[in-house]
Design a binder for this molecule. Structure first.
Ligand SMILES: [Zn+2]
Length: 237
C-alpha cells in the first residue's frame, strides 16, 4: 500500500462534525483540544506535519493560551511531539513494534476493564455504550473516509467508556494513551476496520446486559485479538 498521504481526501474527512460540536463541554480548552484531536485523528494534520500555534490562533479565532494548553495535553497523550527550536508537530506513524506493543497492552488491560465494568456499570453508562454501539452500525451515505472517521471516534469513546467504568483510573489512563497512538494508523487504513467490529461490540454489549463479567472478558478479548489480526497486515515493516 502506498504511504502517500492523500491530504485532500482526508481533509474532507476532517470537516467539523456538527454532532460533536453539540456534544461539546463548555470549556474553551476542551473545545480547542477536541478540534485539534479531530484534525489529528482524521489526518487533516498528517503524521510529522508541523503545527503552528500562530496559524491555529487565526484558524480557530482563539488566543494562544487554550491552544498551548491543548497541545500540552496532546503531547502527554503521544499525539503530538515538541521539538526544541522547531515547536509542535503531529506524532509520526507508529512502527510495527509499536503496533504490537499497543495491542499487547490492550490485550492485557481491556478484557480486565470489560469484566470490571460489567460489575460496576450504571444505567447511564449502559445506555451510552448501547448508543455508541448503535451509532457504529448506522449506515453512512457519505464517503468512506468520513464515515470511518466517525466510526473511529465512536469506537474510541466506546472503549474509553468501558475503561473508565472499570473503576481503575490508571488502567483508563494507560489505555487512553494507547488509543491516541492507534488513532493515527486506524484512520489511514479505514477500509479494513469496521468489518467484524460491529458484531464483536454487540457481543460485549450483550454480555454486559446479561451481567456476565467473564462473558464480557471473553468478548473483549476476542475483539482485541481480531482487531489485531485485521490491522497487522498493514505493518509489514
Ligand atoms: Zn472496538
Amino acid at each position: 500500500m502506498s504511504n502517500t498521504i492523500k491530504a485532500d481526501r482526508f481533509a474532507r474527512a476532517a470537516e467539523p462534525d456538527k454532532r460533536l460540536r453539540i456534544a461539546r463541554r463548555t470549556s474553551l480548552g476542551d473545545e480547542v483540544y477536541e478540534t485539534l484531536l479531530a484534525q489529528l485523528v482524521s489526518l487533516r494534520i498528517p503524521p510529522n506535519a508541523r503545527i503552528s500555534v500562530d496559524a491555529l490562533v487565526r484558524e480557530l479565532g482563539v488566543s494562544q493560551t487554550p491552544i498551548r494548553a491543548a497541545l500540552i495535553r496532546l503531547e502527554n497523550e503521544g499525539l503530538v511531539v515538541k521539538t526544541h527550536n522547531v515547536g509542535y508537530s503531529a506524532a509520526p506513524m507508529p512502527s510495527r513494534d509499536k503496533f504490537e506493543q499497543i495491542y499487547d497492552l490492550r490485550l492485557l488491560l481491556e478484557p480486565y476493564a470489560a469484566e470490571q465494568a460489567c460489575q460496576k456499570l450504571g444505567d447511564v453508562a449502559r445506555g451510552e455504550l448501547a448508543e455508541l454501539a448503535l451509532a457504529m452500525t448506522e449506515p453512512e451515505p457519505e464517503d468512506a473516509e468520513r464515515a470511518y472517521g466517525k466510526f473511529a471516534l465512536h469506537d474510541a469513546k466506546f472503549h474509553a467508556l468501558i475503561a473508565t467504568q472499570s473503576g481503575n483510573l490508571l488502567v483508563a489512563e494507560a489505555l487512553a494513551r494507547s488509543y491516541a497512538h492507534s488513532h493515527l494508523f486506524r484512520l489511514r487504513y479505514h477500509a479494513a476496520a469496521t468489518e467484524g467490529a460491529v458484531e464483536e461490540h454487540a457481543k460485549i454489549i450483550s454480555a454486559m446486559a446479561a451481567a456476565d463479567p467473564s462473558g464480557a472478558h471473553a468478548a473483549m478479548e476476542e475483539h482485541i485479538v481480531r482487531s489485531r489480526a485485521r490491522w497487522r497486515p498493514y505493518f509489514v515493516e
